[in-house]
Design a protein around this ligand. Structure first.
Ligand code: 5GP
Ligand code: MN
Length: 351
C-alpha cells in the first residue's frame, strides 16, 4: 500500500531527495535532542523503508529514546554518539529547523563531507541542507516523509505505518491542533489501512505518562500563573532533582499548559543543570510564538516553539514574558474582557 500524499514543496525537490536515497547506501539519520514522537517515528519509518531498498541506515540521537516511543520497531538501534570513523555516505536531519538541533552529532569536519538531506516541517527552518524537503504547512514531518517514501516506490508496511502514526499523532496532540486538515485525517486513515496500530499508538505513546512525569505535572500545575491571557509555570531544578528528573526528560509541559482555557499564550520554564532554562511556548490559533523562540535563538511552529536561555528562572521570565505580552498586545480586545482577566490574574497569582 502506498500513500497519496500531496505536499507544498516542488516535485523537483522530492525527486532530488529520492535520488539521494537511491544513490547512497549508508545514511546517518539524526533525531533532535529531547526527542519527540515525530523525530523518532519518522526516523524509524525511514529506516524500515531504506532497509527495503538495501540501505544500511544508522540512527543517532544525543538523548535517550523516551519510554512512550521506545516500543516502536527499531528504537533499540539508536546510538547516542557516532565516532568519526563510522562508514556513512549521507546525513539526514529529521524534524529539525537548524543544524544546532542535531545536538552536536553533526560534526562539520566529518559530516560536512557528505550530502545533507533535511526532512522537516518547522516554520523557522533555515534550509540548512543540500536538499531541503521542508513543508511548513505540514502538521508533522511524517507527511513530507510519507511523500518521499511514496516517491521511492516503497510500499508502506504495518510497522512503517505505526511509526508514522506515532509521528503524526504526537505532533497534532492526538489530532487536536488547528493544522489537523482533511489531508491529515486521510493520511491517518491510509496508515491504519496499511496496518498501522492506531489504538496502540494512542495508548502507548499519547496516553501513557510515566509516574515521574505526572508528579512533575503536579509541580508545574502548583506553580501555574495566569495574567490576563498569559499563562506560565516555572520548574526549579531542585524539584527536578527531588523527583529524579533528568535534563533530557521531556515532561511535555508545553502541551499541558496549552489547555488553560483563559490563555492565548502559554510558557513553561524548566531550569537545567547547566545554568540555562528550557523554555516551551504554546499559543492558541491566530497567535504566533515562533518569532519569540527565533529571537531567542530557538525555533518551532507558530503555535508550538521553544528555546533555551542562559540564566536562572527569574532571568528567563524577565526575558520571555515581555515578548509573550508583546504578542498578546497584537490582538487587543480579543478573548476575555479586562475585568474578567484581572479577576483570574488575582485568583491565580499565588507565586
Ligand atoms: P517543545 O516546547 O515541545 O520542546 O518544542 C516545541 C517545538 O519547538 C518543537 O517543534 C521543537 O522542535 C521546537 N523547539 C523546541 N526547542 C527548540 C530549540 O531550542 N531550538 C529550536 N530551533 N527549536 C526548538
Ligand atoms: Mn515535528
Amino acid at each position: 500500500m502506498t500513500t497519496t500524499m500531496t505536499s507544498s514543496f516542488p516535485a523537483e525537490i522530492l525527486h532530488r531527495a529520492a535520488a539521494l536515497l537511491e544513490q547512497r547506501r549508508r545514511p546517518l539519520l539524526i533525531s533532535h535532542p529531547r526527542p519527540d514522537g515525530d523525530t523518532i517515528g519518522c526516523a524509524l519509518a525511514l529506516r524500515l523503508a531504506l532497509l527495503q531498498i538495501g540501505s544500511q541506515p544508522l540512527l543517532a540521537c544525543v538523548h535517550p529514546i523516551p519510554e512512550n516511543v521506545a516500543y516502536l520497531p527499531g528504537a533499540e538501534t539508536y546510538v547516542s554518539d557516532v565516532p568519526e570513523d563510522v562508514d556513512i555516505d549521507l546525513v539526514i536531519a529529521v524534524d529539525m529547523s537548524d543544524l544546532s538541533r542535531t545536538g552536536g552529532i553533526y560534526k562539520d569536519a566529518w559530516c560536512g563531507k557528505f550530502p545533507l538531506l533535511v526532512i522537516d516541517h518547522h516554520a523557522t527552518n533555515d534550509a540548512f541542507g543540500d536538499v531541503n524537503l521542508v513543508d511548513p504547512d505540514a502538521a508533522a514531518t511524517a507527511l513530507p516523509l510519507a511523500a518521499l517514501i511514496d516517491a521511492l516506490g516503497i510500499p508502506l508496511t504495518g510497522d512503517m505505518a505505526t511509526c508514522l502514526l506515532a509521528a503524526v499523532l504526537t505532533d497534532t496532540r492526538g489530532l487536536r491542533t488547528s493544522n489537523t486538515s482533511p489531508e491529515v485525517l486521510r493520511f491517518v486513515g491510509q496508515l491504519i489501512e496499511a496496518g498501522g496500530d492506531y489504538a496502540g499508538v494512542m495508548e502507548k505513546t499519547l496516553d501513557s505518562i510515566p509516574y515521574r512525569q505526572m508528579r512533575g505535572w503536579a509541580v508545574a500545575l502548583d506553580r501555574l500563573q495566569l495574567d490576563g491571557q498569559l499563562a506560565w509555570a516555572t520548574f526549579p531544578l531542585a524539584e527536578k532533582i527531588a523527583l529524579g528528573i533528568e535534563d533530557h526528560d521531556d515532561l511535555d509541559l508545553g502541551n499541558l499548559l496549552s489547555r488553560v482555557a483563559e490563555a492565548k499564550v502559554m510558557v513553561t520554564f524548566l531550569e537545567m543543570r547547566d545554568g540555562t532554562v528550557k523554555v516551551s511556548l504554546r499559543s492558541r490559533p491566530g497567535y504566533n510564538v515562533a518569532w519569540i523562540a527565533k529571537v531567542l535563538e530557538g525555533g518551532g511552529h507558530h503555535q508550538a516553539a521553544g528555546c533555551s536561555v542562559t540564566g536562572d528562572l527569574d532571568a528567563a521570565q524577565a526575558r520571555v514574558l515581555p515578548l509573550a505580552r508583546q504578542e498578546l498586545a497584537q490582538h487587543p480586545g480579543e478573548g476575555l474582557g479586562a475585568a474578567d482577566s484581572a479577576t483570574f490574574a488575582r485568583v491565580s497569582a499565588r507565586r
